[in-house]
Design a protein around this ligand. Sequence first.
Ligand code: HEM
Length: 202
Amino acid sequence: MAGNREFNYRRLHSLLGVIPVGIFLIQHLVVNHFATRGAEAFNNAAHFMESLPFRIVLETFVIFLPLLFHALYGLYIAFTAKNNASKFGYFRNWMFLLQRISGVITLIFITWHVWETRVAAAFGAEVNYQMMENILSNPLMLGFYIVGVISTIFHFANGLWSFLVSWGFTVSPRSQVIATYVTLGIFVALSIVGLRAIFAFV
Ligand code: HEM
């Protein structure tokens, strides 16, 4: 029974990493990318997202609660994981370890980022181009954001690879190799989008 419950939690954890949290990540990066077209384009895109109906309900059920579950259960997995050296090759073992490390870095980054943007907004601050420009004018913060964004994107792209295995989409070794290249492409493409957005504020 306990094993069954653990299996279901893991499945839920895996699913939530892609739907909705992964989808939200892509959407968030795309909105941020509007900053490359200037302050006004970014502010318009950000205000459009803020003005969606039922914003609090959407944020709570589509972002906050799924992310909270994924993060807490992710921490549990990260600190209780047994490395499975025999099942996959050397490269995959590294990716397995990096998935856990990037999860922890991502958690630190997201907590800080949500604190200085969304929580600040709840206390009356306006989240706009100027706010991000101020944050990123500090070289330490710029470095932190670069590491945080790359870590989050790596975690998502590499997670997609194991998601495809977990859910039985990529069963043969060949399909898993193809998935490695596809998820690597996703990592590179989203990293370009994320970094371009960051440097648009600098
Ligand atoms: C934007 C935020 C995040 C996204 C998009 C995301 C996405 C994903 C995806 C797609 C997976 C693969 C699921 C699978 O293996 O089937 C995954 C796995 C994982 N995530 Fe996250 N995640 C995020 C944040 C976090 C955080 C904050 C933690 C906290 C430590 C975390 C810890 C983990 C761990 C440990 C795994 C490996 C699960 C396993 O191998 O069984 N994730 N994540």
